[in-house]
Design a protein. Structure first.
Lengths: 283, 422
């Protein structure tokens, strides 16, 4: 009886359930109400990721590190790809860092809805929580890999520049892009399982159109703005500028990248919200 | 402030049949559609390619605050769809529902449990998924662990749990949810008798605290124990709303349960069965209707229909009765009686029905499996199917029903007791 007494004291919430049509509102406030769920799902993804592995979280470091070694030998050493006057290992690693967080977030978010289908068909919560927490879980891997970068910079005797304050902004740009694409892919994946096959292919192609193994200065001047339509161009060049003070200070290219990233995110949010009401029926 | 907890007005849900989980649309199909789109413009009256079904249609009812309302109906009647709409998992296609207060839904226990996480971690996670605040989870943590009885294993990954422990833990989290309105699907259909008893007890507590509960079950005695009023759904429509006793009687009597039979097509009979040819296995209630739910208190007839394409010497046709958990209750053959054994030494070719009656007041409530066997002892087993048919025994009116508890054991006879003062 005490329970009813308490609930009558509070302002009663009335919920109306009816069919909705067309483009709904984003209702991001609800996401805030469910912030603890975002936290718990992120935490679950982290906890589970390296369970029953021998090397555990070392994988977060090994992947970019070994890629860097291979790239340095082949592209830096044998092919002599220019690297904006920075030692090639550092050059490629500063590209691999944001790339790693981006491709991981994109892949995980893209598959997240289908992987969590049991939750979706049994419990109500804003579906956005799922791709969002997949993206957030990738940030921890990034931080681990970042520690290795600091070690490498010490080894090559490169000081942190005064631009370093802007790093979180570029990281945010990478996450926004990944979330935007992830929203599109995850919602489409519910409907079309082809997306599961497209994701690895997409990230592979995307890797080559991003200046990771080569500098964007290789791109002819007149094509650069077009090139920057890939938001990861702005992210990688921003990282190099912030860490190594290369000539790629934020300018028109980063502006274009950021604008595109925002367009992808907002359109992704609307598409996701529109599709979300049928997720439980189709997934 | 109104006294209503739930109001449902001409609620309907339409599913496209092509949307079943087994058949995904592929990108190619959609591309083909886009390519064909201009052509379709010229054929405006073209029929829609996807056929649809209404899982729920024109359903309206109200639930006042504090009521425990039962929902019954056979499979596909729309019970789960109704609960899914009310718990916001899916949207209605027409009509609307109005819900006053916080809804907690229990469509499944253990949603979001991860096998690699420990019991402790899964409690936090599952609590958050069910909508509890972190402080709430922490405050109730010890209570949940005690309820689930897994203190020793709380820091072990749940993949190492026995299925019973897993279920208990999952239910413990769900049971400590404190919403204004609780929506519960067949969660009690799983687990052993002890677990079911615990669940039912907890559910009664919730009901007695004055909360509104919507309770879906196939278990008529659980419905009878828990609820005062019940709605009956059939093929997506609301057939009746009545005091639970009336609704249950109506449901049981209207021959809803027509699946109480197993028939064999020529193609599914193995060739080594010849010359024995099974045709059907059926369950009849006292009024001669084929049923899949029988009352514990009433007798039930089991009939095996078959054909012999050649005479068989020493044939015996019989049944196994097994509980859902795999315990054998009995085995019985049509020539068990020596007299019958003499008479049917050689059974000539022909069309037969072997039937027997399981008396009332024998079987406990629960689900049972009937198996079929046709053999000649030590000569040949012509045909055997251990899982031919399942049926439910409803405990209403069975001995000892005055105590709302699950009885252990597959039989529930009414024994003659004497009580003497000495």
């Amino acid at each position: 009886m005490t329970q009813t007494a308490i609930s009558t004291k509070q302002k009663e919430e009335v919920l109306i359930l009816r069919p909705t049509r067309g483009w709904g509102s984003l209702n991001l406030r609800e996401l805030w109400v469910f912030r603890e769920l975002i936290y718990f799902l992120t935490w679950r993804d982290l906890k589970v990721r390296y369970k029953q592995t021998v090397l555990g979280a070392a994988w977060a470091i090994l992947q970019p590190f070994l890629s860097m070694v291979v790239f340095s030998v082949f592209f830096g050493g044998l092919l002599r790809v220019s690297s904006d006057n920075v030692p090639y290992p550092i050059f490629s690693y500063t590209g691999l860092l944001p790339w790693g967080v981006f491709s991981k977030a994109l892949t995980d978010a893209g598959r997240s809805l289908v992987n969590n289908r049991t939750m979706i068909t049994k419990i109500y919560f804003p579906r956005l929580v799922i791709p969002l927490s997949s993206v957030l879980a990738g940030v921890v891997d990034f931080l681990l890999a970042f520690v290795v970068l600091l070690g490498m910079m010490w080894y090559f005797d490169i000081r942190l520049t005064s631009n370093a304050w802007s790093l979180p902004l570029f990281l945010l740009l990478a996450l926004v892009t990944a979330l935007g694409i992830g929203l599109w892919l995850s919602a489409m994946n519910v409907l079309y399982r082809d997306i599961g096959y497209i994701i690895p292919f997409l990230t592979q192609l995307w890797f080559y159109i991003t200046p990771i193994v080569y500098p964007s200065s290789k791109i002819p001047e007149k094509w650069r703005l077009l090139y920057a339509l890939n938001p990861m161009v702005g992210v990688v060049e921003g990282f190099r500028w912030a860490l190594l003070d290369t000539d790629t200070a934020p300018g028109p290219m980063v502006t274009v990248s950021a604008a595109i990233a925002l367009v992808i995110l907002i359109s992704g949010l609307f598409y996701f919200r529109r599709m979300e009401r049928t997720f439980a029926d189709i997934v | 402030m109104s006294d209503l907890a739930i109001r449902v007005e001409s609620l309907g849900k339409e599913y496209r049949i092509g949307q079943s989980p087994e058949r995904y649309r592929t990108l190619r199909d959609s591309l083909v559609k886009v390519v064909n789109a201009p052509r379709r413009l010229f054929r405006s009256a073209e029929k829609r390619e996807d056929s649809t079904i209404w899982a729920l249609r024109e359903v309206s009812f109200k639930v006042p605050k504090g009521q425990v309302l039962g929902v019954i109906g056979r499979n596909g009647a729309g019970k789960s769809t109704l609960l899914k709409i009310l718990s916001r998992v899916t949207e209605p296609s027409e009509g609307y529902a109005e819900i006053h207060g916080r809804v907690g839904s229990l469509l499944e226990v253990g949603t979001g449990f991860h096998p690699e996480l420990t019991g402790r971690e899964n409690i936090s996670l599952n609590g958050a998924i069910l909508g509890m605040k972190r402080a709430e989870i922490e405050a109730k943590f010890d209570e949940m662990v005690a309820f689930a009885d897994v203190e020793k294993f709380i820091d072990t990954p749940v993949k190492r749990y026995s299925s019973g422990m897993y279920l208990r833990l999952a239910f413990a989290v769900a049971a400590h949810l404190e919403p204004d309105i609780l929506v519960v699907d067949e969660v009690l259909a799983v687990g052993d008798a002890e677990f079911q008893r615990k669940c039912l007890g907890k559910m009664s507590d919730v009901a007695q605290e004055g909360r509104t509960v919507l309770f879906v079950s196939h278990n008529m005695s659980a419905i009878s124990r828990m609820t005062d009023e019940t709605i009956v759904l059939d093929k997506g429509r609301l057939l009746m709303r009545a005091p639970t006793r009336e609704a249950v009687d109506y449901y049981m009597a209207s021959g809803f349960s027509q699946t109480g039979q197993r028939t064999w097509e020529a193609g599914e009979i193995p060739s080594e069965a010849a010359p024995f040819q099974p045709i059907a296995l059926r369950l009849y209630d006292t009024k001669g209707r084929v049923v899949d739910t029988i009352r514990s208190t009433e007798p039930v007839s089991v009939a095996v229909e078959y054909a012999l394409n050649a005479p068989i010497t020493g044939l015996r046709v019989g049944i196994y009765l097994v509980t859902m958990r795999g315990e054998y209750v009995l085995t019985s053959f049509d020539t068990d009686n020596p007299e019958m054994f003499e008479r049917f030494g050689v059974r000539p070719a022909g069309h037969y029905v072997s039937a027997c009656t399981i008396p009332g007041n024998i079987l406990n409530e629960g689900r049972y499996v009937l198996g079929l066997n046709a053999s000649s002892f030590r000569v040949k087993r012509y045909f055997q199917e251990e899982h031919a048919l399942t049926f439910t025994v409803d405990g209403t009116g069975a001995p000892g029903m005055q105590w709302p508890e699950a009885r252990l054991g597959p039989v529930r006879p009414l024994l003659e007791w004497q009580i003497e003062a000495r």
